[in-house]
Ligand binder design. Structure first.
Ligand code: 5AD
Ligand code: SF4
Length: 492
């Protein structure tokens, strides 16, 4: 069958970058009346679901919301795709290789779908907000039953019902700026919880697809965030990570109150949760009040992820990051003065269009100056529809790879030195579970999110312990349990 979008007219709502780019034309609505429709509350009884999540913590948390909805419909989870009645791929669009993985998986799932025609196969997340991806799935992956966007998550119960009964692919992708939907159920596991404080991004860095796939910057009301964190404290969670694409812009969109990210952190630190983190910060909106609040410490951990992307002012300008190398370094100096034991991590892109060897070396020198404890590093990947995709992607692949290697070498050396300084020190570790590669060992994270492996009884999982660092490595540290009364150094 030849497919055209016309065949899907009943459901079809394709993504539109033009609509996604409109900002401020519509008011953001906060909707409090979410409920699973009564007639769907047993729809999943006797059936199983599986969600594969790609990409960032925002996606991981969206998957928790979808799991919450599916379980409220009576579905049970499974890790076995042969057992699943519903498979959802929650996708990431940030770089081409993230998309390749999803298309590869869709290819693999084709035979399963042939064996199990009643299986509902859905694609959601950032890729479904891309114009090109939806048409590619419509034409080349017709075994997909359902595509829905990042603004349509709350519609999952209804869309799933439609997909069961529809003969054609159900596609619902709203490109509007996005509302805030409160009170969706969430399935959280373990001792660490994510909490959205805002959605979307208005920064439009020229390489980045996120402002198109996640819509306008919009903040949850402080009372809703605080109530959620309080509830997590009551449930005994040990760590909360506040999530937003650009948390420092929190509250900019409130018209009735003057309440920003610093104010939110100052209120949240009073809640009885042992550790509070946040991600991701944009250097541009990182204000003095926030630094002052973070310096109060306590349950606000001394780790800041502060993406720099490049050490060259000219490249930053082409990226539309809206700060210079000097302004970034000034911010870092200010943070270090206020929080002397702070651990900084970052994101860096190499091989941005036109990046010269000298400009890349400026990134190297910035890394050495800031001394990040770790960093995520990426080769630039053109994203269709973004301004950078119209620039000539002119750095040869081998040069890009070479820059990535040199950058990682420099970063690794710094990470190792930073960890080496912890040799013999006692660190506070939240024990997360058995070590992945060695079930005889336990693993956990320090306040600065450093991974520590040590030997100890399984009962410690979920607890805070003190560990003496015995073998610092580049990516992790090995240690030994210290006595409960061993005082932990504050800077880890
Ligand atoms: N190419 C490579 N890396 C990218 N990132 C975002 N967009 C791109 C792209 N087109 C990186 C940035 C961002 C991180 C989440 O992903 O470093 O901070
Ligand atoms: Fe993308 Fe820039 Fe927004 Fe981060 S701040 S999500 S890099 S556009």
């Amino acid at each position: 069958m030849t497919t055209t979008t016309k065949d899907y007219s009943k459901y079809f709502q394709p993504p539109s970058y033009k609509d996604a780019k409109k900002r401020g034309k519509e008011d953001v609505q906060v909707l409090y009346d979410f409920a699973i429709p009564e007639e769907l509350s047993r729809f999943g009884e006797g059936k199983r679901y599986m969600i594969r999540t790609y990409g960032c913590q925002m996606n991981e948390h969206d998957s928790e919301t979808m799991k919450g909805m599916l379980e409220a419909m009576g579905y049970a989870s499974t890790d076995d795709k042969y057992e699943a009645d519903v498979i959802l791929l929650n996708t990431c669009a940030i770089r081409e290789n993230a998309e390749d993985k999803v298309f590869g998986e869709l290819g693999h799932l084709k035979s399963l779908k042939t064996e199990k025609p009643n299986l509902v196969l859905g694609v959601c997340g950032c890729m479904s907000q891309e114009e090109g991806v939806v048409s590619r799935i419509l034409t080349k992956h017709q075994h997909v039953d359902l595509i829905f966007g990042t603004h349509n998550i709350h519609r999952l119960p209804k869309l799933l019902q439609d997909a069961y009964y529809a003969k054609e692919m159900v596609v619902e992708v709203w490109s509007k700026e996005g509302d805030i939907i409160e009170n969706m159920p969430k399935k959280r596991e373990g001792m660490k919880a994510w909490v959205n404080i805002m959605y979307g991004c208005d920064k439009f860095c020229t390489y980045c697809i996120v402002p198109y796939t996640r819509g306008k910057e919009r903040s949850r009301r402080p009372e809703d965030v605080i109530a959620e964190v309080r509830e997590l404290a009551r449930q005994g969670f040990k760590e909360v990570t506040l999530l937003g694409q650009n948390v420092n812009a929190y509250g900019k969109d409130f018209e009735d109150i003057d309440y920003r990210f610093g104010d939110l952190m100052d209120d949240i630190r009073k809640i009885d949760i042992p550790r509070i983190r946040f991600t991701t910060s944009h250097p541009r909106d990182f204000d003095d009040h926030l630094i002052e609040v973070l310096a109060k410490g306590g349950n606000l951990v001394e780790h800041i992820h502060l993406p720099v992307q490049s050490g060259s002012t000219e490249v930053l300008k082409k990226m539309s990051r809206k700060y210079t190398r000097e302004q970034y370094l000034e911010l870092v100096a200010k943070i270090k003065r206020a929080i002397p034991n702070v651990v900084l991590t970052t994101d860096i892109i190499v091989g941005f269009p036109g990046e010269t060897e000298e400009q890349f070396e400026e990134t190297l020198s910035l890394v050495k100056e800031v001394r990040y404890d770790s960093a995520y590093t990426f080769i630039y990947s053109p994203r269709e529809g973004t301004p950078a995709a119209a620039m000539a992607d002119d750095i040869p692949e081998d040069v890009k790879k070479d820059r990535l290697l040199r950058l990682n070498d420099a970063l690794n050396e710094i990470s190792r030195e930073a960890n080496e300084r912890l040799r013999g020190q006692v660190v506070e570790v939240l024990v997360e579970g058995e070590s992945k590669n060695n079930p005889d060992m336990l693993s956990g994270r320090t306040r600065a999110n450093k991974l520590v492996h040590f030997q100890g009884p399984k009962e410690l999982i979920g607890e805070f312990v003190h560990v003496t660092v015995t073998e610092p490595m580049t990516w992790y540290m090995k240690g030994e349990l210290a006595g409960a009364d061993a005082p932990a150094a504050a800077n880890m």
